[in-house]
Design a protein around this ligand. Structure first.
Ligand SMILES: Nc1nc2c(c(=O)[nH]1)N[C@H]1C(S)=C(S)[C@@H](COP(=O)(O)O)O[C@H]1N2
Ligand SMILES: [Mo]
Length: 320
């Protein structure tokens, strides 16, 4: 719904604001902190107007051949989000602090991509994208996706369960956590205009090993049947459907198996707002807004948020 702005209770005013003015108005949230960027991550105010540019974003990526949809993840009782909507409404702070970074993200260099897997594993490996596609059978899964900012979408991802990579590298008994690191090169990933130099780049995320081994935890190399467009985190990203979207690092270059809980990007900036665990939970409000409902991208429909984003039967036992 281009340019239609429905004010939310947590908003400063009914108009669109820039990241800088959010920061100026929300200074009190930053008390005791020297970092400006963090009030932006969760500020749903930035997400309220959709990109009014209606042309479909370019993708020259061919469709995956013979891709099979996993029948266990074939639908979620919600309509699929329109591809062009999902492709033009992104969080990718390496390319800016707004939702409309898709053009800037085209600067991401994805040729000869390598993913280094190291740390507490029997078989450390560096994969290129051909190795990954040869080694791990790709499937399609339709997942709900919930950003901590209370917007949501439903998209078909192409990829493979993280468990297959675990089996390939064989973590040792000492490995308890895993850290994912995104591509970072300050000449290319220039970041938001505000306080860039103080953000804890590179973007990192982390999981417990048992979370990573859960059948839902997914590496995506594609979306809507073709390779990931750069703005979605090409050529490979995490997708963690029962957690808030920030738990899924984009454009992964390194995966490390470690014995301690890693520091992560948003949790380092604002530990009270962006928890390490970050499971979707309608009962646990974000300190600055309710998480009880969510706004679907495209339709703007407001729907109730589901515990574990609707995936309790798969993951509730991890948190007993
Ligand atoms: N490297 C990196 N990964 C990231 C982010 C980011 O800024 N940088 N944003 C996260 C957040 S907050 C969300 S909601 C999702 C958005 O994914 P999408 O743009 O493909 O919808 O990416 C996550 N992964
Ligand atoms: Mo997010």
């Amino acid at each position: 719904m281009p340019n239609i702005h429905i004010p939310k209770p947590w908003e400063i005013s009914g108009r669109e604001v820039t990241p800088e003015s959010v920061f100026m108005n929300r200074r009190h949230f930053l008390k005791g902190l020297t970092v400006a960027g963090l009030s932006i991550a969760g500020a749903p105010i930035l997400g309220c107007a959709q990109n009014s540019d209606s042309a479909a974003p370019p993708t020259d990526a061919p469709k995956f051949d013979g891709l099979k949809r996993n029948p266990d993840f074939a639908q979620v009782n919600r309509p699929l989000t329109d591809e062009a909507v999902a492709a033009k409404y992104n969080n990718f702070y390496e390319f800016g602090g707004t939702k409309s970074i898709w053009k800037k993200a085209q600067a991401l260099p994805t040729e000869n991509w390598k993913v280094e897997v190291t740390g507490l594993v029997r078989n450390p490996r560096t994969y290129d994208m051909d190795d990954i596609k040869k080694k791990f059978p790709l499937e399609e899964r339709i997942y709900r996706f919930r950003c901590v900012e209370a917007w949501a979408m439903v998209v078909p991802w192409t990829g493979f369960p993280m468990k297959l990579l675990i089996d390939d590298v064989e973590p040792t008994a000492e490995a308890k956590f895993v850290r994912f690191t995104s591509f970072y090169d300050p000449k290319i990933t220039k970041g938001p205009t505000f306080s860039f130099s103080r953000l804890p780049w590179p973007y990192t995320e982390g999981l417990r090993i048992d979370e990573m081994a859960n059948e839902l935890a997914f590496f995506a190399v594609g979306i809507y049947g073709h390779a990931l467009p750069k703005q979605h985190g090409a050529p490979i990203r995490q997708v963690m459907p029962w957690k808030y979207g920030f738990k899924g690092a984009k454009s992964i270059v390194k995966i490390e198996f470690i014995d301690h809980q890693p520091a992560t990007f948003w949790n380092t900036l604002q530990p009270k707002e962006y928890l390490f665990e970050a499971n979707v939970n309608p009962q646990k409000p974000h300190p600055r807004w309710s998480q009880a409902t969510e706004r679907m991208l495209g339709s703007g429909e407001r729907l109730p948020t589901l515990l574990y984003n609707g995936y309790a039967e798969y993951v509730a036992q991890l948190y007993g």
